[in-house]
Write a protein that binds this ligand. Structure first.
Ligand code: ZN
Length: 113
């Protein structure tokens, strides 16, 4: 079952099958069990879905996500406004998010060891 992430009128992203690239967990019968999406980022390039596997704690960006930007001007404004409100840096696109994900994984690794 594909997961759908949507910001009304701005952008939407679909993710088909999710499988953890670390432990192989595939989300069970519903396809999204024991996956968390709280690291998902809204960027200038659309919604970059970030999955956290609750089985092994690995965080990753699924490669099979389909991103659509509906209104790039409004999306840009929303990203900038959100950054101002939360104090979080602006992510330009998927490369920046992947770097962030690497940082999160490195931090998790440090906490375990
Ligand atoms: Zn896993």
């Amino acid at each position: 079952m594909p997961l759908k992430f949507r910001l009304r009128g701005l952008a939407e992203t679909f993710v088909d099958n999710i499988q953890c690239c670390n432990c192989g967990h595939d989300g069970g019968d519903d396809g999204d069990q024991a996956f968390k999406t709280e690291h998902t980022r809204v960027t200038y390039a659309g919604i970059i879905v970030v999955i956290e596997c609750e089985i092994c704690g690995h965080v990753f960006v699924p490669d099979n996500q389909r991103r659509g930007v509906i209104n790039s001007g409004k999306l840009r404004n929303a990203v900038e406004k959100d950054s101002k409100n939360t104090g979080q840096p602006i992510f330009q696109g998927v490369d920046a998010v992947k770097l962030e994900v690497e940082r999160i994984n490195a931090e998790i690794g440090r906490n375990i060891h």
